[in-house]
Design a binder for this molecule. Sequence first.
Ligand SMILES: Cc1cc2nc3c(=O)[nH]c(=O)nc-3n(C[C@H](O)[C@H](O)[C@H](O)COP(=O)(O)OP(=O)(O)OC[C@H]3O[C@@H](n4cnc5c(N)ncnc54)[C@H](O)[C@@H]3O)c2cc1C
Length: 492
Amino acid sequence: MSAIPIDTGRREQVAAALRARLPERSVLSDPEDTRPYECDGLAAYRQLPMIVTLPSNEDEVLAILNVCRELNVPIVPRGAGTGLSGGALPILDGVVISTARLNRIVRVDAYARTAIVQPGVRNLAISEACAQYGLYYAPDPSSQIACTIGGNVAENSGGVHCLKYGLTVHNVLRVRVATIDGEIIELGSEALDAPGLDLLAVFIGSEGMLGIVTEVTVKLVPKPATAQVIMASFDDVVTGGDAVASVIAAGIIPAGLEMMDRMSVRMVEPFVKAGYDTDAAAILLCEADGTALEVAEEIERMTRVLRSAGATAIAVSQSEAERMRFWSGRKNAFPAAGRISPDYYCMDGTIPRKKLAQVLTGIEEMERTFGLRCSNVFHAGDGNLHPLILFDANQPGEFERAEAFGAAILALCVEVGGTITGEHGVGMEKINSMCVQFGRKELDMFLAVKRAFDVPMLLNPDKAIPTPHRCAEFGKMHVTKGALPFADLPRF
Ligand SMILES: Cc1cc2nc3c(=O)[nH]c(=O)nc-3n(C[C@H](O)[C@H](O)[C@H](O)COP(=O)(O)OP(=O)(O)OC[C@H]3O[C@@H](n4cnc5c(N)ncnc54)[C@H](O)[C@@H]3O)c2cc1C
């Protein structure tokens, strides 16, 4: 909850300017109405926004941007608010632009295998709209029932099927963007390649800091004729981690390759009854999709690789219902964590696949150091970890310990050659970890790109890219292997 009260005079001034240019009921300024927007999926951090706007078309988005620029008001774009890194966390004196009313599927072109959609369209709604043509939109975050394509573009979101079919950046052809100058630009094209610098790739994953997405053209892919999933058990996480590397090394790109450790399996099984092996130290879910022949062949190859990598038990789904049941445990891991712990903190970091075993062992040691439990359920094929740190916010100091635990996991990811995020973005959650990952030169370049799009620095400020001063401050607190980051900067 916001501790500092909003300046009501300022709120009235900005709300009046917005109401003068927008239709009725598009501007919310009463705290009763703005309360639902005070946090995203990272609910430990809350801030009541000064104002929330609900534009219904591109012109209204431009009108909001013009008012905010003229009055120097910071802006936070918001899709469904399922983000896990605080990207849509409001700013005390800022305006939230919600895309909830920009929810139209503009066109599905089955021949070109593309769809043009507004940013507030839910990820799953795209696939539902295309199902009649035997097509679907491949990136499938576990939140796909709720999250929007605008949020997916801003976070470069991934999901179970991204190992084979690519992340958002590989499945978006073109975006229309409303800039802080009140203009529309188009990045990318409907062809495979676009002339000029690849600003589409720069924009995807930019976390609402460069512009407001107003329209997205996505690629569609044919729905596979069939799919089967293998559930393989391992008696230690190191063998399980090495088996992931073996599958990829064998030249197989499964449609999904996910891992759950013992705590996740035991947490989920009583909840969904997926039929998981609760004695295993780790289980792998490996999916094959394609024609019946392709699937049979790949399942046979994966089974062979997993056996020789040390799998202690292997089960293959024999029907669509069984396949869905095997996946149901993985898909429900987050809610299951909520059943056994009052609070949990979901981290997101990526590591080279061959380092999986080392990092999982490191996390186990950290459980003892920080005195908190952690379950691991993740996109193993991509090396994208999702440690769920379990804690109780009502116990003094536990939240701070959970945060420190999370930061230590991210530092380990960087140490083994990985990154501090895989798919959840940086937001405000991991902004200090950016100081661990990057040096001054890289951060300066990121800020220069931000300034090129957003000269007044009003779009989602203070998220994703730390200032040198912030890193200097963080350097005072966080020392990796005795080396102070940004030692050249003045200390205060
Ligand atoms: C249970 C659960 C499971 C999840 N699983 C996954 C997963 O498997 N893979 C994954 O990648 N993520 C996952 N997430 C995280 C989250 O769902 C994704 O990051 C998603 O893309 C956020 O979409 P959203 O519409 O909720 O965006 P929001 O949370 O509203 O916003 C996310 C960011 O996008 C910006 N933004 C939103 N709309 C726009 C726009 N139109 N223009 C510019 N910027 C915009 C916001 O400012 C913010 O920085 C999960 C979250 C939950 C709660």
